[in-house]
Design a protein around this ligand. Structure first.
Ligand SMILES: *Cc1c(COP(=O)(O)O)cnc(C)c1O
Length: 402
């Protein structure tokens, strides 16, 4: 009996299909392997003068090089942090600290569809006397460039616009934003956490000064990330402590994390083109299937540039949360709303900003594919999905209203 239960559990575990890679990703086995020695044999503090520490200085430089190479940056422009949230905080708060002038309220421009790591940070600095403009987006989920241009003032010190949206995958026109803001000497930050490892990124082509990334969204470990800081960009640390990370981020380096992050960037660069092609073919198959059956579904941002792995759909007359929970019973992991606000059943701030009604926005589901996604998985998803939606639509309390 016990044995049978175990067999069933193993089979169920096997049948779990993960389609939520924008929330987080599994760590690549090669990355785990690269990290392991740094927990025990090579535990030294890289700041120590003795051999235990010194043998780890080199690995920090190597990892920095791998991260920089994926961004077209120099190794000295990479500052390791604890992840995307901290990088966004360092970019925004650190720029304000460095560029604040006595008697002048600094001004920041951002967009309504940003990740909470940027939005909540901007709301917080407003309480510290910083003025913030939140630029709306189009119905496709792209920042309104015309309004952004008009928002720029002499006091504007920072513009922060994400590279790709985490919920819809929609790419933001950062090169154009750069062209608008650079002549004014404004610092340009982009949150590239969702784009890194999914599309090619070059900091010089983009024309950004600061760029945030995180390892756990590209098959690396959680709790490690980086901020790219273009040489000469005014920035002050947010934390006080030692002089680590070029004086911008004190604290003993997370060496296993940094080694894993470096390795995940190195592998990602090697396989990027190939994976982009494979994953976008799978996404096309997924969306074609979803649109055919059960019908009455829209794909957000399908007409414009999107990340190749993300599908954000609106299923009319049902709640995204109900679909997500029902799919989960069949072993499929997708997300409704944004992962960071799940637990609350509020409609996504991104979908509302795109002009969807609260009822339609409740029907939003994000399916995000990854390097471990197979054609077989998409096929079984397409078998289960119409059944789940069909059943929910029959039961749906939203049925009458739309
Ligand atoms: C996940 C995510 C973050 C937060 O990164 P963490 O490493 O989890 O702190 C920030 N911005 C975007 C766009 C994200 O998708």
């Amino acid at each position: 009996m016990r044995k049978l239960r175990k067999v069933i559990a193993v089979q169920q575990a096997k049948r779990r299909i993960y389609l939520d890679h924008n929330a987080t990703t599994p760590v690549r086995p090669e990355v785990v392997e690269a990290m392991l020695p740094y927990f025990d044999e090579r535990f030294g503090n890289a700041s120590s003068l003795h051999g235990f520490g010194q043998e780890n200085r080199g690995v920090l430089d190597t990892a920095r090089g791998h991260v920089a190479a994926l961004l077209g940056a120099d190794a000295e422009e990479i500052v390791f942090t604890s992840g995307g949230t901290e990088s966004d905080n360092l970019a925004i708060r650190g720029t304000i600290k460095a560029r604040r002038r006595p008697g002048v309220a600094p001004h920041v421009v951002t967009c309504v569809i940003e990740h909470p790591a940027v939005l909540a940070t901007c709301e917080s600095i407003e309480k510290e006397g910083v003025e913030v403009s939140y630029i709306p987006c189009t119905s496709d989920g792209v920042v309104r460039l015309d309004l952004l241009e008009r928002a720029i003032r002499p006091e504007t010190v920072l513009v922060s616009i994400m590279l790709a949206n985490n919920e819809t995958g929609v790419m933001q026109p950062i090169q154009e934003v750069s062209r608008l803001v650079k002549p004014h000497g404004i610092t340009l930050h982009t949150d590239a956490v969702q784009a890194i490892g999914k599309v090619p990124i070059d900091v010089n082509t983009l024309g950004v000064d600061l760029l945030s990334i995180s390892a756990h969204k590209l098959y690396g470990p959680k709790g490690i990330g980086a901020l790219y800081v273009r040489r000469g960009t005014p920035l002050e640390p947010v934390y006080t402590g030692g002089g680590h990370e070029y004086g911008l981020r004190p604290g003993t380096e997370n060496i296993p994390g940094i080694v894993g992050f470096g390795e995940s960037c190195r592998i990602s660069k090697e396989r990027l083109e190939e994976e982009m092609e494979r994953i976008s073919a799978l996404r096309a198959m997924l969306e074609e299937g979803i649109l055919k059956d059960p019908g009455d579904i829209t794909v957000n941002g399908s007409g414009i540039a999107r990340l190749p792995n993300t599908s954000n759909i609106i299923v009319s007359r049902v709640e995204g949360e109900a679909v997500t929970l029902n799919l989960s019973m069949f072993g499929f992991a997708v997300s409704s709303g944004s992962a960071c606000s799940s637990g609350k059943s509020e409609p996504s701030h991104v979908l509302l900003a795109m002009g969807l009604s609260p009822t339609d926005a409740q029907g939003g589901i994000r399916i995000s594919l990854g390097i471990d996604t197979t054609e077989e998985e998409i096929r079984s998803f397409l078998e289960v999905f119409p059944k789940v939606v069909g059943r929910l639509r029959e039961l749906s309390p939203l049925k009458e209203h739309s």
